[in-house]
Design a protein. Structure first.
Length: 473
């Protein structure tokens, strides 16, 4: 059996959901735009133009620092990474090398029912390049600068990840963090959240030579590419070979990784401080005022759901919907027992999801959901009525208001129920006779009649007990 163990580090590039680009006022959303429409003299680097840092991007980085359990650097600055490629109008990229805005942190992930911590080395701001288009059957390339200058945050993990499962959970958790904080809209198909995976294997305490898997943009492919690459490296080493330090791509169709660039060809980027942007000092007041806007983090929700013994997959349904997670957290704070909190989960992953599909603007609040659950619990309304009025609760109405305006209180008063039940028995002499003769299945019919006669307002348990008693009289 192989004794080789993998070590994985991950760099994530998340596109910030700001309105404008990193250093100019151009629209940051070009998904539906014609090529080279969202550009200006700054982002196509005309001589004499100067970059101005987007305040929104700084604020998003400050929020993200909180999500990554990291400190915001008091002093932060930008650097130039020099390279020539036609998709970069400047001939360099503005990034952060020496003083990244987000310092050391950690992300907690749940794997095999245990919380483990993955270290964050740092995270920094930078700008994206444009896009090259190679029209089929031509001998030229086109360039679209709409993306040039798009703000990105690169999140660099420590090499703390020890398996493909941990890698996948880490990626999902960071995705949950950036989307729930609203710093990235998470559209993975359009490359808004992509990652590079550094992986090595070793059978000793010393780390092995690593390869880098570039530009993956789906969790499933990350898992497949890592499994393939770990096995490939083990096979090479067990066959007596050595691992080349290189960049490798992932071929989705063939399901293999392939060599792209060896270390010898690696670029020297000649980094130096960006002379056009002065270093920034971020005050503690700014940091705490921006971070005070954050209501909840995915990990807080996950820990609550884990206490309820929900599986990681069930937890993901709530956590992947930041607004639903917020409703859950506010409802659970108002409910008295774990049983009731579980009911809140049931409403949110069941009926609520069905309504979400149809309604674009649900306004369910945690307070109203907790109130609905409490009304069922204290016997004010039946669970049938609760289901009937749920759509109105989701539309923003208060459950107690709906119940009182429509007179939906559960009928629990015995004398009132007895009158209704006696009438049903009188109206249905044949089934009543059948019941008395021993056919107990008829009871279901009678309970159904009583529920119908009370518009679902009767307490079904009570109806059933009274029905049995009165049928025997
Ligand atoms: Zn621009």
């Amino acid at each position: 059996m192989s004794t080789y163990k993998p070590t994985i580090g991950i760099e994530i590039h998340a596109q910030l959901a700001t309105n404008s680009k990193m250093f100019c006022g151009c629209d940051n959303n070009s998904r539906k735009a014609q090529p080279n429409v969202n550009i200006c003299p700054v982002c196509i680097a005309l001589p004499g133009t100067l970059p101005v840092v987007n305040k929104g991007a700084i604020e998003m980085a400050i929020k993200l620092a909180h999500g990554l359990n990291a400190k915001v650097a008091t002093n932060t600055s930008f650097d130039r990474k020099n390279y020539f490629y036609p998709d970069s109008p400047k001939g360099y990229q503005i990034t952060q090398m020496d003083q990244p805005i987000i310092q050391k942190g950690h992300v907690e992930i749940l794997v095999a029912d245990q919380f483990i911590s993955i270290g964050i080395h740092h995270a920094h701001l930078e700008e994206d390049a444009g896009k090259l288009i190679h029209p089929e059957g031509t001998d030229y390339s086109l360039v679209d600068f709409n993306r040039a200058g798009t703000p990105l945050v690169e999140i660099v993990s420590e090499p703390d990840i020890k398996s493909t499962e941990q890698a996948k959970r880490y990626l999902q958790e960071v995705y949950n963090i950036v989307t729930s904080l609203g710093v990235c809209d998470g559209d993975m198909q359009h490359g808004n959240f992509k990652f590079d995976l550094n992986v090595s294997v070793s059978n000793s305490p010393e780390l092995g030579t690593r390869t880098e898997l570039k530009n993956l943009n789906s969790f499933r492919n990350a898992e497949r590419a890592l499994s393939y690459e770990i096995n490939r490296q083990i096979e090479v080493l067990e066959g007596g070979g050595t691992i080349e330090q290189e960049t490798r791509g992932w071929d989705d169709t063939k399901a293999v990784t392939f060599s792209q660039r060896s270390k010898e060809e690696a670029n020297d980027y000649r980094y130096f401080p960006e002379p056009d942007i002065p270093p920034m000092v971020l005050s503690r007041e700014l940091v705490s005022s921006v971070q005070s806007e954050i209501k909840i983090l995915p990990i807080n929700v996950r820990k609550e759901l884990h206490l309820l013994k929900l599986s990681a997959g069930e937890q993901d349904i709530l956590i992947s919907q930041p607004k639903t997670a917020e409703i859950f957290m506010s409802a659970q704070a108002r409910l008295k027992s774990p049983e009731l909190v579980k009911q809140a989960v049931n409403w949110l992953v069941g009926d609520y999801q069905a309504i979400l599909v149809k309604s674009k603007k649900p306004v369910l609040t945690g307070g109203n959901l907790a109130e609905l659950i409490t009304l069922i619990e204290d016997g004010t309304i039946s669970s049938k009525i609760a289901k009937d009025i749920f759509a109105e609760v989701v539309a923003g109405l208060k459950p107690t208001d709906i119940v009182s305006s429509k007179g939906l209180k559960q009928l629990s008063d015995n004398s009132e129920l007895e009158l209704i039940i006696k009438k049903i028995i009188l109206d249905n002499p044949k089934p009543a006779e059948a019941y008395r003769a021993g056919n107990e299945r008829v009871l279901g019919f009678f309970v159904g009649q009583a529920m119908q006669a009370t518009n679902g307002q009767a307490n079904p348990t009570k109806v059933s007990a009274l029905m049995v008693k009165l049928l025997k009289e």
